[in-house]
Design a protein around this ligand. Structure first.
Ligand SMILES: [Zn+2]
Length: 150
């Protein structure tokens, strides 16, 4: 998981950053322990209001926090099998955020309050498969093979 976080922080030039990984905590407003407690989830923050000024036109990476978050979401989804992406939660969209799951291969916009912090939350919650979360070498190797979004 640490290797995964470092790859994204480095490749986004810090536009996305780690806002919580191995924290053992309860899900906000819920009784059960968060997947964060298992060490295979991360919250990556970005700033959606002001542009981060970070981007790389030569690699097609846009400037601005929200645009980068969308670009990275697309990258993670088209490389989901390679990277072991199981779940992405996007706290920003109205009215209640959205979630992408590997078993359904698509975003679902939540119709009822589902995510504490949505809408307008400026972070993505990402969960990796247990095997990828525990294998730094496999994560680094996978990132050398990712296909970039258009
Ligand atoms: Zn989270």
């Amino acid at each position: 998981m640490t290797a995964f976080i470092r790859e994204i922080e480095t490749r986004s030039d810090g536009a996305l950053w780690n806002n919580g990984d191995f924290v053992v905590r309860q899900m906000r407003g819920k009784e059960s322990l968060s997947v964060h407690a298992t060490g295979r989830a991360v919250d990556l923050s970005y700033r959606y209001v002001r542009s981060t000024g970070k981007g790389d036109a030569t690699r097609g990476i846009p400037e601005g926090g929200r645009k980068q978050a969308i670009w990275w979401s697309r990258l993670l989804i088209i490389n989901a099998d390679l990277l072991g992406i199981e779940l992405i939660l996007d706290y920003f969209p109205e009215p209640y955020g959205r979630g992408w799951r590997c078993d359904r291969r698509d975003w679902v916009k939540y119709e009822v309050p589902t995510l504490a912090g949505a809408p307008k939350g400026d972070w993505l919650h990402i969960e990796l498969s247990p095997s990828m979360a525990d294998d730094a070498a496999a994560v680094r190797r996978a990132f050398t093979e990712v296909v970039l979004p258009n």
